[in-house]
Write a protein that binds this ligand. Structure first.
Ligand code: DAH
Length: 335
């Protein structure tokens, strides 16, 4: 190898090794191997040599070119890896570092509460039923003793569809659907989404969740209602609940009650909280459901799931449930 060639080769290798990034490496490549590169120029100069000199010099230049190309490729691979690692990690790549933990979601608090309630009621022989969110006016109102002229319609203003159907204002219409489908005796719960034409604020939502319960059998009395409600509350609260029944008016039950619980979540305050509207199914509603009220009686209740979750977790704004803020939702992650 001529001294010029040897020097050129050494320079090229040094320039490649010194390249700190891919741009610098590209610069070195074109300086030595590009169209106007120094090694390329040497190869071109072969034509000026004599026939005897040409093969040996040609081989020497070619060998040098192979060395430089090989080193260039190796360096490129290394720098690309660094660039990728930099891009991914924002710094030099360290394969011993733990990975980025995958994002794990969790069930929505309302879903969690629903699952819990379904479990409790299944233990008491209730089955879970479902009903449509777009409901016939008859099921949502008339068959629940709320005819068009009834003032209760005002408190349950809803969204009407062009075909005369509405978005259900409560889960109670499913009482009728269950009675007509299953007949007596029956025990059902119906968790589901309901809608009302409400101005939204911290305690009112146009979209909310309830769980309806209905039990129909022979000789069902208020005592059965109280027993089942107390069992439910004992499971949810983890203590023997102190309850009271106040008269409450709902057109589809008679008598109707507001079931209050004394300090359910141990705030230490001497306070009764209204948690469970309920009552004995009105004979007319049983009749609408195809069940003979002379032979069968029943009780029903409607549990507001947001309200329950708000009381339990100390949530003060109902809009948090549907706000989609992950900081709110991930507080309900369970290990
Ligand atoms: N459907 C009623 C509401 O949304 C709640 C309710 C009250 C349901 C009494 C019942 C009941 O089953 O017995 O306001």
């Amino acid at each position: 190898m001529s001294p010029d060639l040897a020097q050129l080769r050494a320079e090229a290798l040094a320039a490649i090794d010194a390249a700190e990034n891919l741009d610098a490496l590209k610069g070195a490549e074109s300086q030595y191997l590009g169209k106007k590169g120094a090694l390329t120029a040497l190869l071109r100069s072969l034509g000026t040599l004599s026939a005897e000199e040409r093969p040996a010099f040609g081989k020497a230049v070619n060998d040098a070119k192979v060395d430089v190309t090989t080193r260039l490729e190796a360096r490129e691979e290394k720098l690309s890896g660094v660039a990728l690692a930099d891009a991914l990690e924002g710094g030099p790549f360290d394969p011993t570092e733990p990975g980025i933990p995958p994002l794990v979601g969790n069930l929505h608090p309302i879903t969690q509460v629903t699952h819990e309630l379904v479990d409790i009621f299944e233990g008491m022989g209730f089955s879970q039923c479902d009903g449509p969110e777009v409901e016939f006016e008859w099921f949502n109102f008339d068959a629940l003793n709320i005819p068009a002229s009834h003032p209760a319609r005002d408190t349950q203003d809803t969204f009407w569809l062009d075909d005369g159907n509405c978005l259900r204002t409560h889960t109670s219409p499913t009482q009728l659907r269950a009675m007509l489908k299953l007949g007596a005796p029956l025990r059902v719960i119906v968790p589901g989404r309901c809608f009302r034409n409400e101005a939204v604020d911290a305690t009112h939502e146009h979209t909310f969740y309830q769980m309806e319960g209905l039990m129909v059998d022979r000789d069902i009395s208020v005592a059965h209602l109280i027993y089942v409600m107390k069992t439910l509350l004992r499971e949810i609260l983890g203590k023997d609940p102190k309850i009271r029944l106040r008269p409450g008016f709902f057109p589809f039950v008679e008598p109707g009650f507001e079931l209050d619980v004394h300090d359910p979540f141990d705030s230490g305050e001497d306070k009764w909280l209204e948690i469970l509207p309920c009552g004995m199914v009105h004979p007319e509603v049983l009749r609408f459901g195809g069940i003979d009220p002379e032979e069968w009686t029943g009780f029903a209740f409607g549990l507001g799931l947001q309200r329950l979750a708000m009381l339990r977790y100390g949530i003060t704004d109902i809009r948090d449930f549907t706000g989609g803020d992950r900081r709110f939702l991930r507080q309900f992650r369970r290990a």
